[in-house]
Design a protein around this ligand. Sequence first.
Ligand code: 3HC
Length: 310
Amino acid sequence: IIKRSLSTSTSRNAISNITVIGGGLMGSGIAQVAAATGLNVTLVEVNADLLKKAEERIADSLGRVAKKQYKDDKSAAAKFVDETRSRIKGNTNPEDAVKDSDLVVEAIVEKLEVKHDLFKKLDKAAPEKTIFASNTSSLSIGDIASVTNRKDRFGGLHFFNPVPVMKLLEVIRTSETSQDTYTAMMEWGKSIGKVCITCKDTPGFVVNRLLVPYLAEAIRMMERGDASARDIDTAMKLGAGHPMGPLELADYVGHDTNLHILEGWHKKFPDNPLFVPCESERKLVQEGKLGVKTGEGYYKYNNLKYWVEN
Ligand code: 3HC
């Protein structure tokens, strides 16, 4: 009864302080979007260097958003960037960072043991009311939540890269996520400008369950020599209306991420041919060619933004 009344007190209006754990591509995007809509954000990274990188990424992306939103009004654009940045405080101590938090969104490495270590600590350090969410791409939210004593206040909030641009937020409820928690997560998602869809705690939720096998099929098509990377990408952009072709998108998401998702699912579901990891992607990862973020994947990138060579 006490737990229920406490979770009820996590009313939809109560989310004003959020903590984002992990300042990578996804975490920094989530922090940025939340701060841009007026929330106080604490962003956690393991050291000051990584915090600085996350802050730089946010500044760069905010500049792009401001340019679009404020067009020729340079001072309004600068004000928006400054005010948003001022709402984001860096912290290297996760336990300290959740002390006053209404919502924690975790976006760290996709390793269950590492997430468990983190959430065990956070569960002790955070107030009872605090909702915990994971931005995992492919792990089970229920498995992640299992080490905490707040399974009713635990769900999935799955964003898409680039977070400031992609409109979708997948809100995942486990069999133990309470109605109040679910409602609070949905309302929070809407309040930061996302369109929310709901999904059960199934592998890959909606988007990745369809997207990851599609990317792998495109890679296999190229590996068989049926068509070149460039032609497959052109085909899907012009023939199916996708903004990026599958090989470009695989480079954009990152081959470490793609491969990790496929390996995890292949281990869990060895009979599903759609989940078999691709050899050329494995080779790219071994060579450190992770895609756009390292300057090379199936394509080479100039200034980490555009492909320049097939
Ligand atoms: N921050 C802010 N703004 C950004 C941005 C960023 N990181 N990246 C792009 N933009 C803005 C640009 O400034 C530009 O604004 P403008 O319209 O005012 O000029 C606009 O977005 C379009 O960007 P570009 O002109 O550079 O290039 P595109 O038109 O090709 O758009 C894209 C880029 C939005 C990334 C588009 O190609 C796209 O939608 N690609 C597909 C992305 C996708 O599928 N993402 C999901 C991946 S799966 C995932 O994330 C799940 C995870 O679990 C693996």
